[in-house]
Design a protein around this ligand. Structure first.
Ligand SMILES: Nc1ncnc2c1ncn2[C@@H]1O[C@H](COP(=O)(O)OP(=O)(O)O)[C@@H](O)[C@H]1O
Ligand SMILES: [Mg+2]
Length: 367
């Protein structure tokens, strides 16, 4: 029987999602084995993990060879265990005898650099690495409002809005729906604060986009694209994420809520809705192949699209390990499809010749 491997950084990660997959695997002729990269034995290449027993609906601990089909659901942080696992996963991804459903995407800056020379460039907010405090001050003087965000960020963590007033500088961030505001009386005080901030992690800088709705709530459209059982990309669903009044973030992890896309769309003037649908169609049909040309093969992506007050449309973020919350809460009828797609695609991969897919030696591995 084909083993469908699921790799996470700990055995509790995404339990309900993984259980749903495991429950459906047997009927597709597969068994599910979940494991943690650091539990691979370096000598005999056996890994201690858990196999799903569909008779008892329980996970049984066992040693097994590394599964040849792997669904990577590792979410890295700054902790030591993440740092320990990263090189192991890089090694796994470079092995010719293993096939990953998706090989991940690089950080936000590399993504920007690769996409800015494609047909999607006009949808990308101009993005630059923060190389010095002077560059932040220069951009702030030029643009008045900017955003700083971690190059490796996720889930809305560590995002700052900076606004230059006549004399002072207003800095705003959001933590668990709480808006934290601070006014710096001059550039010297701001510089001191920025020095500390930039020591913590690498940042990028973008112009601030007015992505809020009429109620002054930030919002964006989250679309989940996945490959089907024939390896063809398609849209799985979309929803609208809405953040806190006066806030910055629409991420659900930051406390945002979700509404149904169609219900939201009818609230727009028809011409605007029509235009948006056309633009989204163009973005969503070009994006997967553009990404796979620039980087490695993927199975799924979550795309965040922002719509500014002036009607402009922006690709804000692309996630290669998207969550399913937005789709599940607005389209509960998609449950079954969501929980079978990875298995079907894994099965498809196991049945097709992987040599073509593996011509990626010259491409850089990312996660
Ligand atoms: N340039 C920007 N201007 C205004 N708001 C932004 C900008 N970039 C991001 N945001 C807001 O912050 C949220 C998180 O940003 P994103 O780039 O998706 O990072 P993360 O990886 O943390 O999700 C977005 O969903 C959006 O609400
Ligand atoms: Mg995002």
């Amino acid at each position: 029987m084909l083993t469908f491997g699921i790799m996470t950084l700990n055995m509790e990660s995404e339990n309900s999602y993984i259980n749903e997959l495991a429950n459906r695997a047997e009927s597709m002729g597969m068994e599910v084995f979940r494991f943690i990269p650091s539990d691979i034995h370096p000598h005999n290449l056996q890994v201690k993990g858990r196999k799903y027993d569909s008779r008892t609906n329980a996970w049984l601990e066992c040693n097994a060879p590394i599964p040849t089909i792997i669904y990577d659901r590792c979410f890295y942080g700054e902790d030591d265990h993440s740092k320990q696992c990263l090189p192991i996963v890089t090694w796994l991804k470079s092995r010719k005898d293993l096939t990953f459903l998706g090989y991940g995407l690089p950080n936000k800056l590399e993504l920007y650099q690769a996409l800015k020379s494609t047909t999607l460039s006009s949808y990308l907010p101009s993005t630059q690495a923060v190389l010095s405090i002077e560059s932040i001050l220069t951009e702030l003087t030029l643009r008045k409002k900017i955003i700083l965000k971690p190059i490796n960020g996720s889930q809305g963590y560590g995002i700052y809005y900076l606004k230059k007033n006549e004399k002072t500088i207003h800095v705003k961030t959001e933590k668990q729906k709480r808006i934290i505001s601070r006014i710096f009386p001059n550039e010297a005080k701001l510089t001191h604060w920025l020095t500390l901030l930039l020591k913590q992690r690498n940042y990028l800088l973008q112009p601030y986009l007015e992505l809020s709705n009429k109620e002054n709530k930030p919002f964006d459209i989250r679309i989940l694209l996945q490959k089907n059982e024939l390896g063809v990309w398609g849209e799985q669903g979309r929803g609208v994420r809405i953040g806190t009044t006066g806030g910055l973030l629409s991420n659900l992890a930051a406390g945002g809520s979700v509404i149904n896309f169609k219900e939201w769309l009818v609230s727009l003037p028809p011409a605007k809705g029509e235009y948006l649908q056309q633009e989204l169609k163009f973005i969503l049909t070009s994006l997967p192949s553009t990404l796979e040309k620039a980087f490695m093969p993927l199975f799924e992506i979550g795309v965040d699209i922002g719509i500014a007050k002036d009607g402009s449309i922006w690709i804000l973020d692309i996630n290669s390990k998207p969550g399913r919350k937005v789709i599940l809460s607005t389209n509960p009828e998609l449950q079954d499809s969501l929980y079978t797609k990875p298995l079907l695609y894994g099965k498809y991969l196991s049945q097709t010749d992987q040599m073509e897919r593996k011509v990626y030696d010259e491409k850089t591995l990312s996660h």
